[in-house]
Write a protein that binds this ligand. Structure first.
Ligand code: FE
Ligand code: FE
Ligand code: ZN
Length: 276
């Protein structure tokens, strides 16, 4: 069975999200750990989480994905922004221990003109300060479109980050189809070639989750605009080929398409029917 879900709001708690997920035939989902622009996280409701863990086990939920706020930038040129990133990251990982064996996804960062090398070094430093051997969460680096000074729009950059991290077993990658297409990886005409390159540079064993999106912007545009499945430049056919690829089909697939619940339900149903 395909493991598929979408981005949902956590504002009403995990039990509520699980029910929402079930109502659209999702068996995974993604949520922001706090306001996407940053800010303080709500206190965890441990009873809600206990209930959630029961529902998730009962309904065979795949691992879920927590998404860090967009403002988290480990390679800013401002020390206070880097300190904020470290504080949020640490706090989020502590909280994730209540939801063991899931994923914490973050955008590697923007080097804001300091250069990719310096950016990568700062991302590595942060990861080496905050990961700990007993943690139960795998931290995922998201593949980026390469807009502005974003780090992580090439497989090589992600591989370089991973190679600098001591606790490598705590690190994985979340592949965003919109982002890699916009970054210049042609998943429409050369899916096998792209996944082979991923395997060669990063290793497919590091690939833990997928952001399943179409792209409003063309191939290699380095612009990050998600489209509904089939309403973008990747297209429905290519996305169906993508989810059926042996390297992909068992991973949690998270839709981040511009949809309300009903639209997500349609896309989930479309993808479930398209599994070979
Ligand atoms: Fe993201
Ligand atoms: Fe994404
Ligand atoms: Zn995006």
């Amino acid at each position: 069975m395909l493991n598929i879900g979408c981005h949902l709001s956590i504002s009403k708690g995990f039990t509520h999200i699980a029910e929402e997920a079930l109502s659209i035939k999702a068996n995974t989902f993604q949520f922001f750990t706090r306001n996407p622009q940053g800010g303080k996280a709500k206190d965890l409701d441990l009873e809600d989480i206990r209930q959630y863990n029961i529902i998730a086990a009962e309904h065979n939920f795949a691992p879920i994905v927590a998404h860090a706020p967009y403002t988290l930038n480990p390679c800013s040129d401002k020390p206070e922004t880097r300190e904020f990133a470290e504080m949020v990251f640490k706090d989020d990982l502590q909280r994730m221990e209540h939801l063991p064996h899931n994923y914490y996804n973050f955008h590697p960062g923007s080097h804001v003109g300091q250069g990719v090398q310096k950016g990568i070094a700062m991302i590595i430093d942060l990861l080496n300060r905050i990961l700990w051997p007993e943690q139960k969460t795998t931290v995922l680096l998201e593949t980026m479109s390469g807009k502005g000074s974003e780090v992580g729009s090439t497989f090589t950059e992600l591989a370089t980050i991973i190679s600098g991290v001591s606790l490598k077993e705590k690190i994985g990658v979340c592949l965003d189809t919109c982002h890699i297409f916009a970054a210049g990886y042609d998943i429409v005409n050369d899916l096998d070639g792209v996944l082979q390159e991923f395997d060669k540079t990063i290793g497919l064993s590091r690939l833990k989750a997928i952001h399943l999106n179409d792209s409003l912007m063309p191939y290699n545009s380095h612009k990050d605009r998600h489209a509904k499945i089939g309403a973008g430049e990747i297209g429905q056919e290519a996305l169906i080929r993508f989810i059926n690829h042996p390297a992909i089909k068992d991973l949690p697939l998270i839709l981040e398409t511009p949809n309300e619940l009903a639209g997500y339900a349609q896309e989930i149903s479309l993808m479930r029917q398209a599994v070979k």
